[in-house]
Design a protein around this ligand. Structure first.
Ligand code: XUL
Ligand code: CO
Length: 439
Protein backbone atom coordinates (compact mmCIF):
# COMPACT_ATOMS: atom_id res chain seq x y z
CA UNK A 1 0.00 0.00 0.00
CA UNK A 2 2.47 2.68 -1.11
CA UNK A 3 1.02 4.25 -4.17
CA UNK A 4 0.46 7.87 -3.21
CA UNK A 5 3.24 8.64 -0.75
CA UNK A 6 6.07 6.35 -1.93
CA UNK A 7 8.69 8.54 -0.24
CA UNK A 8 7.00 8.20 3.17
CA UNK A 9 8.00 5.24 5.33
CA UNK A 10 5.97 3.80 8.18
CA UNK A 11 6.61 6.45 10.83
CA UNK A 12 8.01 4.89 14.02
CA UNK A 13 8.87 6.16 17.48
CA UNK A 14 12.64 6.66 17.66
CA UNK A 15 13.01 9.20 20.48
CA UNK A 16 14.42 12.74 20.43
CA UNK A 17 18.02 11.64 19.73
CA UNK A 18 17.21 9.91 16.46
CA UNK A 19 18.44 11.39 13.16
CA UNK A 20 15.63 9.85 11.15
CA UNK A 21 13.80 12.58 9.26
CA UNK A 22 10.30 11.08 9.56
CA UNK A 23 10.06 9.56 13.03
CA UNK A 24 8.35 10.40 16.29
CA UNK A 25 10.43 12.00 19.03
CA UNK A 26 7.80 11.61 21.77
CA UNK A 27 4.77 9.75 20.45
CA UNK A 28 5.36 6.14 21.38
CA UNK A 29 1.93 4.55 20.78
CA UNK A 30 2.41 1.58 23.11
CA UNK A 31 4.02 3.51 25.96
CA UNK A 32 1.95 3.24 29.12
CA UNK A 33 1.01 6.58 30.70
CA UNK A 34 -0.98 5.86 33.85
CA UNK A 35 -3.75 3.42 33.07
CA UNK A 36 -3.65 3.69 29.27
CA UNK A 37 -1.19 3.65 26.40
CA UNK A 38 -0.44 6.89 24.56
CA UNK A 39 -2.50 5.65 21.63
CA UNK A 40 -5.50 4.98 23.88
CA UNK A 41 -5.22 8.36 25.55
CA UNK A 42 -4.84 10.42 22.41
CA UNK A 43 -7.10 8.78 19.81
CA UNK A 44 -5.66 10.82 16.94
CA UNK A 45 -7.61 11.54 13.77
CA UNK A 46 -6.69 13.14 10.44
CA UNK A 47 -9.07 15.71 8.92
CA UNK A 48 -9.89 14.68 5.41
CA UNK A 49 -10.74 18.24 4.42
CA UNK A 50 -7.36 19.72 5.21
CA UNK A 51 -5.17 16.74 4.31
CA UNK A 52 -6.86 15.62 1.09
CA UNK A 53 -9.23 18.24 -0.28
CA UNK A 54 -7.43 21.41 0.86
CA UNK A 55 -5.46 22.93 -2.00
CA UNK A 56 -3.58 25.83 -0.40
CA UNK A 57 -5.61 28.57 -2.05
CA UNK A 58 -6.32 31.69 0.01
CA UNK A 59 -8.23 34.93 -0.66
CA UNK A 60 -5.12 36.33 -2.35
CA UNK A 61 -3.91 33.43 -4.40
CA UNK A 62 -4.34 30.21 -6.32
CA UNK A 63 -3.81 26.65 -5.06
CA UNK A 64 -0.22 25.76 -4.21
CA UNK A 65 -0.42 22.17 -2.98
CA UNK A 66 1.28 19.47 -5.02
CA UNK A 67 -0.70 16.29 -4.55
CA UNK A 68 -0.40 12.88 -6.22
CA UNK A 69 -4.02 13.07 -7.46
CA UNK A 70 -3.66 16.51 -9.12
CA UNK A 71 -3.66 15.17 -12.67
CA UNK A 72 -6.81 13.08 -12.34
CA UNK A 73 -9.57 14.88 -14.25
CA UNK A 74 -12.65 12.81 -13.45
CA UNK A 75 -14.09 14.06 -10.11
CA UNK A 76 -15.18 10.59 -8.97
CA UNK A 77 -11.82 9.04 -9.86
CA UNK A 78 -10.13 11.87 -7.98
CA UNK A 79 -12.38 11.21 -4.98
CA UNK A 80 -11.39 7.53 -5.04
CA UNK A 81 -7.71 8.42 -5.20
CA UNK A 82 -8.09 10.67 -2.17
CA UNK A 83 -9.78 7.87 -0.23
CA UNK A 84 -6.94 5.48 -1.08
CA UNK A 85 -4.41 8.15 -0.12
CA UNK A 86 -6.21 8.75 3.17
CA UNK A 87 -5.89 5.13 4.23
CA UNK A 88 -2.28 4.95 3.07
CA UNK A 89 -1.27 8.06 5.01
CA UNK A 90 -3.11 7.04 8.19
CA UNK A 91 -1.57 3.60 8.07
CA UNK A 92 1.91 5.13 7.71
CA UNK A 93 1.32 7.55 10.58
CA UNK A 94 -0.25 4.89 12.78
CA UNK A 95 -3.41 7.02 13.12
CA UNK A 96 -6.63 5.06 13.73
CA UNK A 97 -9.30 7.59 12.77
CA UNK A 98 -10.29 10.17 10.20
CA UNK A 99 -12.99 12.85 10.05
CA UNK A 100 -14.79 14.20 7.00
CA UNK A 101 -17.58 16.31 5.60
CA UNK A 102 -19.90 14.59 3.15
CA UNK A 103 -18.57 16.73 0.30
CA UNK A 104 -14.96 15.77 1.03
CA UNK A 105 -15.71 12.13 0.36
CA UNK A 106 -17.56 12.64 -2.91
CA UNK A 107 -18.15 15.74 -5.01
CA UNK A 108 -21.37 17.66 -4.90
CA UNK A 109 -23.71 17.03 -7.84
CA UNK A 110 -26.13 19.45 -9.49
CA UNK A 111 -28.99 18.08 -7.40
CA UNK A 112 -29.26 16.41 -4.01
CA UNK A 113 -30.02 13.11 -5.84
CA UNK A 114 -26.75 13.39 -7.77
CA UNK A 115 -24.79 14.24 -4.63
CA UNK A 116 -26.34 11.25 -2.85
CA UNK A 117 -25.52 8.98 -5.80
CA UNK A 118 -21.90 10.13 -5.67
CA UNK A 119 -21.77 9.25 -1.99
CA UNK A 120 -23.40 5.88 -2.61
CA UNK A 121 -20.75 5.15 -5.22
CA UNK A 122 -17.84 5.91 -2.89
CA UNK A 123 -19.11 4.45 0.41
CA UNK A 124 -18.46 0.77 -0.53
CA UNK A 125 -14.79 1.61 -1.21
CA UNK A 126 -14.49 3.33 2.17
CA UNK A 127 -16.13 0.39 3.91
CA UNK A 128 -13.78 -2.01 2.20
CA UNK A 129 -10.79 0.07 3.34
CA UNK A 130 -12.13 0.27 6.91
CA UNK A 131 -12.50 -3.52 7.02
CA UNK A 132 -9.05 -4.04 5.52
CA UNK A 133 -7.15 -1.62 7.79
CA UNK A 134 -9.18 -1.28 11.00
CA UNK A 135 -8.96 2.50 10.56
CA UNK A 136 -12.32 4.06 11.42
CA UNK A 137 -14.34 7.27 11.46
CA UNK A 138 -14.00 9.51 14.51
CA UNK A 139 -16.74 11.77 13.23
CA UNK A 140 -18.56 12.65 10.08
CA UNK A 141 -20.07 16.00 9.23
CA UNK A 142 -22.14 17.75 6.58
CA UNK A 143 -20.71 20.70 4.69
CA UNK A 144 -23.46 23.26 5.16
CA UNK A 145 -21.43 26.38 4.50
CA UNK A 146 -19.45 26.23 1.27
CA UNK A 147 -22.07 26.24 -1.48
CA UNK A 148 -23.75 29.53 -2.53
CA UNK A 149 -27.17 28.34 -1.31
CA UNK A 150 -25.77 28.40 2.24
CA UNK A 151 -24.29 31.90 1.90
CA UNK A 152 -26.58 33.25 4.63
CA UNK A 153 -26.88 30.09 6.70
CA UNK A 154 -28.36 26.61 6.57
CA UNK A 155 -30.59 25.91 9.59
CA UNK A 156 -30.63 29.66 10.28
CA UNK A 157 -31.29 30.64 6.67
CA UNK A 158 -34.07 33.16 6.04
CA UNK A 159 -35.25 30.71 3.34
CA UNK A 160 -37.31 27.67 4.40
CA UNK A 161 -36.24 25.94 1.15
CA UNK A 162 -32.60 26.23 2.17
CA UNK A 163 -33.46 24.93 5.66
CA UNK A 164 -35.16 21.94 4.01
CA UNK A 165 -32.22 21.33 1.69
CA UNK A 166 -29.82 21.39 4.64
CA UNK A 167 -32.04 18.87 6.41
CA UNK A 168 -32.01 16.55 3.41
CA UNK A 169 -28.22 16.84 3.21
CA UNK A 170 -27.66 16.15 6.91
CA UNK A 171 -30.01 13.16 6.76
CA UNK A 172 -27.81 11.52 4.14
CA UNK A 173 -24.53 12.49 5.84
CA UNK A 174 -25.75 11.00 9.11
CA UNK A 175 -26.84 7.80 7.37
CA UNK A 176 -23.45 7.49 5.63
CA UNK A 177 -21.65 8.05 8.95
CA UNK A 178 -23.83 5.40 10.56
CA UNK A 179 -23.02 2.99 7.76
CA UNK A 180 -19.31 3.66 8.21
CA UNK A 181 -19.54 2.98 11.95
CA UNK A 182 -18.64 6.56 12.92
CA UNK A 183 -18.07 7.28 16.59
CA UNK A 184 -19.58 10.72 16.22
CA UNK A 185 -21.28 13.28 14.03
CA UNK A 186 -20.31 16.94 14.31
CA UNK A 187 -22.18 20.03 13.19
CA UNK A 188 -20.10 23.14 12.81
CA UNK A 189 -22.52 26.02 12.31
CA UNK A 190 -20.24 27.87 9.94
CA UNK A 191 -22.78 30.33 8.62
CA UNK A 192 -25.35 30.00 11.39
CA UNK A 193 -25.13 33.58 12.56
CA UNK A 194 -25.31 36.99 10.97
CA UNK A 195 -23.40 39.73 9.21
CA UNK A 196 -25.79 42.49 10.31
CA UNK A 197 -28.66 42.59 12.78
CA UNK A 198 -30.44 45.04 10.45
CA UNK A 199 -31.76 42.19 8.27
CA UNK A 200 -31.83 39.40 10.86
CA UNK A 201 -34.69 37.82 12.80
CA UNK A 202 -32.42 36.43 15.49
CA UNK A 203 -35.24 34.88 17.54
CA UNK A 204 -36.63 32.87 14.61
CA UNK A 205 -33.14 31.89 13.42
CA UNK A 206 -32.15 30.49 16.82
CA UNK A 207 -35.46 28.70 17.27
CA UNK A 208 -34.96 27.19 13.82
CA UNK A 209 -31.44 26.01 14.61
CA UNK A 210 -32.90 24.26 17.67
CA UNK A 211 -35.68 22.73 15.53
CA UNK A 212 -33.05 21.52 13.09
CA UNK A 213 -30.90 19.96 15.82
CA UNK A 214 -33.95 18.26 17.30
CA UNK A 215 -34.65 16.72 13.88
CA UNK A 216 -31.01 15.58 13.67
CA UNK A 217 -31.18 13.93 17.11
CA UNK A 218 -34.52 12.29 16.27
CA UNK A 219 -33.19 10.92 13.01
CA UNK A 220 -30.05 9.63 14.73
CA UNK A 221 -32.33 7.71 17.12
CA UNK A 222 -34.49 6.43 14.27
CA UNK A 223 -31.59 4.95 12.34
CA UNK A 224 -29.93 3.58 15.48
CA UNK A 225 -26.87 5.84 15.29
CA UNK A 226 -24.96 5.22 18.50
CA UNK A 227 -22.19 7.78 18.09
CA UNK A 228 -22.17 11.10 19.91
CA UNK A 229 -23.74 14.17 18.30
CA UNK A 230 -21.56 17.25 18.63
CA UNK A 231 -21.61 20.99 18.04
CA UNK A 232 -18.41 22.93 17.42
CA UNK A 233 -18.08 26.39 18.96
CA UNK A 234 -16.59 29.21 16.89
CA UNK A 235 -17.30 32.89 17.53
CA UNK A 236 -16.81 34.41 14.08
CA UNK A 237 -15.41 33.81 10.58
CA UNK A 238 -17.11 33.45 8.21
CA UNK A 239 -19.97 35.36 9.90
CA UNK A 240 -19.44 38.42 12.07
CA UNK A 241 -21.24 36.65 14.90
CA UNK A 242 -21.93 32.93 15.04
CA UNK A 243 -24.62 31.55 17.33
CA UNK A 244 -22.26 28.76 18.48
CA UNK A 245 -19.92 31.46 19.85
CA UNK A 246 -18.14 29.47 22.57
CA UNK A 247 -18.71 26.56 24.95
CA UNK A 248 -20.78 28.51 27.49
CA UNK A 249 -22.97 30.09 24.80
CA UNK A 250 -23.78 26.70 23.26
CA UNK A 251 -24.42 25.24 26.69
CA UNK A 252 -27.02 27.92 27.44
CA UNK A 253 -28.59 27.33 24.02
CA UNK A 254 -28.75 23.56 24.54
CA UNK A 255 -30.32 24.00 27.97
CA UNK A 256 -32.88 26.49 26.67
CA UNK A 257 -34.06 24.07 24.00
CA UNK A 258 -33.74 20.92 26.11
CA UNK A 259 -30.98 19.49 23.95
CA UNK A 260 -28.24 19.29 26.56
CA UNK A 261 -28.59 15.54 26.98
CA UNK A 262 -28.28 14.96 23.27
CA UNK A 263 -25.27 17.04 22.17
CA UNK A 264 -21.69 17.37 23.35
CA UNK A 265 -19.03 19.79 22.13
CA UNK A 266 -16.15 19.46 19.73
CA UNK A 267 -13.75 22.08 21.10
CA UNK A 268 -11.27 23.58 18.64
CA UNK A 269 -8.08 25.26 19.81
CA UNK A 270 -7.99 28.11 17.32
CA UNK A 271 -11.71 28.82 17.80
CA UNK A 272 -11.08 29.30 21.52
CA UNK A 273 -8.36 31.82 20.63
CA UNK A 274 -10.78 33.67 18.32
CA UNK A 275 -13.30 33.78 21.19
CA UNK A 276 -10.60 35.33 23.44
CA UNK A 277 -10.51 32.31 25.72
CA UNK A 278 -7.61 29.99 26.53
CA UNK A 279 -8.12 26.54 24.96
CA UNK A 280 -7.99 25.06 28.48
CA UNK A 281 -10.84 27.36 29.53
CA UNK A 282 -13.13 25.93 26.85
CA UNK A 283 -12.14 22.39 27.80
CA UNK A 284 -12.64 23.06 31.48
CA UNK A 285 -16.05 24.65 30.93
CA UNK A 286 -17.15 21.67 28.84
CA UNK A 287 -15.78 19.12 31.28
CA UNK A 288 -17.36 20.78 34.33
CA UNK A 289 -20.70 20.71 32.54
CA UNK A 290 -20.33 17.19 31.20
CA UNK A 291 -20.38 18.16 27.54
CA UNK A 292 -16.77 17.57 26.51
CA UNK A 293 -17.12 15.45 23.38
CA UNK A 294 -13.97 15.73 21.27
CA UNK A 295 -11.17 18.03 20.14
CA UNK A 296 -10.33 19.72 16.86
CA UNK A 297 -6.61 20.13 17.38
CA UNK A 298 -4.72 23.01 15.83
CA UNK A 299 -3.20 26.29 16.88
CA UNK A 300 -3.76 29.92 15.92
CA UNK A 301 -1.35 32.77 15.59
CA UNK A 302 -1.92 35.43 18.21
CA UNK A 303 -0.74 38.12 15.78
CA UNK A 304 -3.22 37.07 13.12
CA UNK A 305 -6.91 37.61 13.72
CA UNK A 306 -8.26 34.68 11.75
CA UNK A 307 -8.48 30.91 11.87
CA UNK A 308 -4.99 29.89 10.73
CA UNK A 309 -5.45 26.20 11.67
CA UNK A 310 -1.75 25.48 12.20
CA UNK A 311 -0.49 22.13 13.36
CA UNK A 312 -0.10 22.36 17.16
CA UNK A 313 3.37 22.93 18.60
CA UNK A 314 2.94 24.93 21.80
CA UNK A 315 3.82 22.71 24.76
CA UNK A 316 2.46 25.02 27.44
CA UNK A 317 -1.04 25.36 25.96
CA UNK A 318 -1.29 21.67 25.17
CA UNK A 319 -0.03 20.53 28.56
CA UNK A 320 -2.82 22.60 30.11
CA UNK A 321 -5.26 21.07 27.61
CA UNK A 322 -4.14 17.51 28.39
CA UNK A 323 -4.46 18.30 32.10
CA UNK A 324 -8.16 19.03 31.48
CA UNK A 325 -8.57 15.87 29.43
CA UNK A 326 -7.00 13.76 32.16
CA UNK A 327 -9.26 15.40 34.75
CA UNK A 328 -12.16 14.51 32.44
CA UNK A 329 -11.16 10.85 32.60
CA UNK A 330 -10.11 10.89 28.94
CA UNK A 331 -11.57 12.06 25.65
CA UNK A 332 -13.21 8.84 24.36
CA UNK A 333 -15.50 8.35 22.49
CA UNK A 334 -14.07 11.56 21.02
CA UNK A 335 -10.47 12.00 20.04
CA UNK A 336 -7.85 14.49 18.92
CA UNK A 337 -8.66 15.38 15.35
CA UNK A 338 -6.04 17.45 13.55
CA UNK A 339 -8.23 20.14 12.06
CA UNK A 340 -4.96 21.62 10.88
CA UNK A 341 -3.41 22.46 7.57
CA UNK A 342 0.10 22.88 6.33
CA UNK A 343 1.06 26.43 5.41
CA UNK A 344 0.43 27.48 1.84
CA UNK A 345 4.21 27.64 1.45
CA UNK A 346 4.62 24.03 2.66
CA UNK A 347 3.27 22.50 -0.51
CA UNK A 348 5.07 19.15 -0.78
CA UNK A 349 3.27 15.93 0.23
CA UNK A 350 5.97 15.28 2.85
CA UNK A 351 4.96 18.49 4.66
CA UNK A 352 1.65 16.80 5.48
CA UNK A 353 3.62 14.11 7.26
CA UNK A 354 5.80 16.63 9.10
CA UNK A 355 2.65 18.48 10.20
CA UNK A 356 1.08 15.40 11.71
CA UNK A 357 4.33 14.23 13.34
CA UNK A 358 4.76 17.64 14.98
CA UNK A 359 1.15 17.64 16.20
CA UNK A 360 1.34 14.09 17.53
CA UNK A 361 4.67 14.67 19.26
CA UNK A 362 3.34 17.87 20.83
CA UNK A 363 0.29 16.10 22.26
CA UNK A 364 2.36 13.10 23.38
CA UNK A 365 4.82 15.27 25.30
CA UNK A 366 1.97 17.35 26.69
CA UNK A 367 0.26 14.16 27.85
CA UNK A 368 3.36 13.05 29.75
CA UNK A 369 3.83 16.44 31.37
CA UNK A 370 0.14 16.72 32.30
CA UNK A 371 0.10 13.18 33.67
CA UNK A 372 3.16 13.84 35.86
CA UNK A 373 1.67 17.12 37.06
CA UNK A 374 -1.62 15.45 37.92
CA UNK A 375 0.05 12.49 39.65
CA UNK A 376 2.23 14.77 41.78
CA UNK A 377 -0.89 16.58 42.99
CA UNK A 378 1.21 19.77 43.33
CA UNK A 379 -1.22 22.02 41.49
CA UNK A 380 -4.29 20.40 42.97
CA UNK A 381 -2.89 20.76 46.49
CA UNK A 382 -2.21 24.44 45.90
CA UNK A 383 -5.73 25.04 44.61
CA UNK A 384 -7.32 23.01 47.43
CA UNK A 385 -5.39 25.00 50.00
CA UNK A 386 -6.38 28.26 48.31
CA UNK A 387 -10.06 27.44 48.76
CA UNK A 388 -9.74 25.70 52.12
CA UNK A 389 -11.74 28.39 53.92
CA UNK A 390 -14.82 26.72 52.38
CA UNK A 391 -14.05 23.44 54.14
CA UNK A 392 -15.11 24.59 57.61
CA UNK A 393 -16.87 27.29 59.57
CA UNK A 394 -18.71 29.97 57.64
CA UNK A 395 -17.26 28.68 54.35
CA UNK A 396 -18.75 25.26 54.90
CA UNK A 397 -22.10 26.86 55.80
CA UNK A 398 -22.01 28.84 52.51
CA UNK A 399 -21.20 25.78 50.44
CA UNK A 400 -23.86 23.69 52.09
CA UNK A 401 -26.51 26.36 51.55
CA UNK A 402 -26.93 26.94 55.26
CA UNK A 403 -26.02 30.63 55.41
CA UNK A 404 -28.11 33.69 54.56
CA UNK A 405 -27.06 37.33 54.37
CA UNK A 406 -27.88 37.86 58.07
CA UNK A 407 -25.51 35.00 59.00
CA UNK A 408 -22.81 36.58 56.85
CA UNK A 409 -23.38 39.92 58.56
CA UNK A 410 -23.18 38.40 62.02
CA UNK A 411 -20.01 36.50 61.12
CA UNK A 412 -18.43 39.60 59.57
CA UNK A 413 -19.19 41.80 62.58
CA UNK A 414 -17.43 39.28 64.82
CA UNK A 415 -14.33 38.84 62.64
CA UNK A 416 -11.42 40.87 61.30
CA UNK A 417 -11.30 42.36 57.78
CA UNK A 418 -10.50 39.45 55.46
CA UNK A 419 -7.16 39.26 53.66
CA UNK A 420 -6.89 36.76 50.79
CA UNK A 421 -3.51 35.11 50.31
CA UNK A 422 -1.13 35.51 47.36
CA UNK A 423 -2.19 33.75 44.16
CA UNK A 424 1.50 32.82 43.46
CA UNK A 425 0.99 32.91 39.70
CA UNK A 426 4.70 33.41 38.99
CA UNK A 427 5.68 30.41 41.09
CA UNK A 428 3.01 28.26 39.42
CA UNK A 429 4.26 29.20 35.95
CA UNK A 430 7.70 27.92 36.97
CA UNK A 431 6.10 24.75 38.34
CA UNK A 432 4.36 24.13 35.02
CA UNK A 433 7.60 24.74 33.11
CA UNK A 434 9.33 22.17 35.29
CA UNK A 435 6.82 19.50 34.36
CA UNK A 436 7.02 20.38 30.65
CA UNK A 437 10.80 20.18 30.67
CA UNK A 438 11.34 17.25 32.98
CA UNK A 439 8.36 14.91 33.01
C1 XUL B 1 -14.03 25.56 10.58
C2 XUL B 1 -13.89 24.26 11.19
C3 XUL B 1 -14.53 23.16 10.45
C4 XUL B 1 -15.17 22.15 11.31
C5 XUL B 1 -15.87 21.06 10.55
O1 XUL B 1 -13.37 26.58 11.23
O2 XUL B 1 -13.21 24.10 12.19
O3 XUL B 1 -13.55 22.58 9.66
O4 XUL B 1 -14.24 21.54 12.13
O5 XUL B 1 -16.91 21.54 9.78
CO1 CO C 1 -12.96 22.35 13.33
Amino acid sequence: MSEYFPEVPHVEYEGPDSDTELAFDYYDPDKQVGDKTMKEHLRFAVSFWHAFTGDGSDPFGAPTMQRPWDDIEDPMEKAEARIEANFELLDKLGVDYFCYHDRDLAPSGDTIEESNENLDEIVPLIKEKIDETGIGVLFGSAELFAEPKYAVGAASSPSADVFAHAGAQVKKALEVTNELGGEGFCLWGGREGYKTLLNTDMGLEQDNVARFLTMVADHADEIGFEGQLMLEPKPKEPMKFQYDHDAATIHAFLQKYDLDDRFTLNIETNHATLADRPFAHELRYARLNDILGSIDANQGDKLVGWDTDEFPFSLRDHTLAMYEILQNGGIAPGGINFDAKVRRESFEPVDLVHGHITGMDTYARALEAAHALKESGELEEFVDERYSSYDEGIGQQIVEGEADLADLEEYTLDNDVPHPESGREEKLNALLNRYILEA
